[in-house]
Design a protein around this ligand. Structure first.
Ligand code: HEM
Length: 158
């Protein structure tokens, strides 16, 4: 029951995180491309500020629930006298998941901060540069997330 709850929380957090990145990258951004920089950058700043609050919670929830599940399985195996060997798919998930969390922290605490300063100073070229960097790193995280999902759900690693 606890394991099922952890796994449900884990997957729900991933749905919010990956789904939000897909929406921002493929639907919101292209639709705003025609707007003047001051309007577009202020709007993206507002939207991303709200989205990143949710991702901060979702990414930490993903990490904590994932590590907790690993710990539970390892403990059970060891308590029943076996030795715990982590499946390759779980190793890939944990390593890429940690990379995704680190990249998100860079987006939120370095790049988004840069965007906030630029918007506050009405420095639109600097704002556009920061937003371009955010877009780049969000697409990297989206790619990593899709790889993790394929490896985990398609059982590519056996
Ligand atoms: C941050 C480090 C992460 C750790 C330590 C971790 C660990 C785990 C563990 C132990 C499970 C349980 C597997 C099972 O019972 O079969 C699991 C399930 C799952 N994880 Fe992660 N995970 C992490 C990040 C991620 C990320 C970033 C994604 C997706 C982008 C992801 C997607 C999933 C999915 C879809 C499942 C359910 C798999 C199934 O039931 O077949 N995880 N994770």
């Amino acid at each position: 029951m606890i394991y099922a709850t952890l796994k449900t929380l884990h997957v729900l957090a991933i749905v919010v995180w990956i789904g939000g990145m897909v929406f921002a990258h493929f639907f919101l951004r292209p639709a705003l491309a025609q707007l003047e920089p001051p309007v577009r950058l202020r709007l993206m700043h507002e939207v991303l500020g709200r989205f990143f609050k949710a991702v901060l919670v979702a990414s930490l929830l993903t990490l904590v629930s994932g590590v907790w599940m690993l710990g539970r399985v390892a403990k059970q195996v060891v308590q029943s006298g076996g030795s715990f060997e982590m499946p390759l798919a779980w190793t890939v998930m944990a390593v890429l998941g940690l990379a995704m969390v680190a990249i998100f922290m860079h987006i939120r605490f370095a790049l988004y901060k840069r965007l906030s300063h630029a918007v506050a100073a009405s420095d639109w070229p600097a704002g556009a540069a920061a937003l371009g960097q955010i877009r780049l790193w969000v697409s990297v995280n989206l790619g990593l997330g899709v790889v993790v999902l394929l490896v985990t759900l398609m059982r590519w690693t056996g």
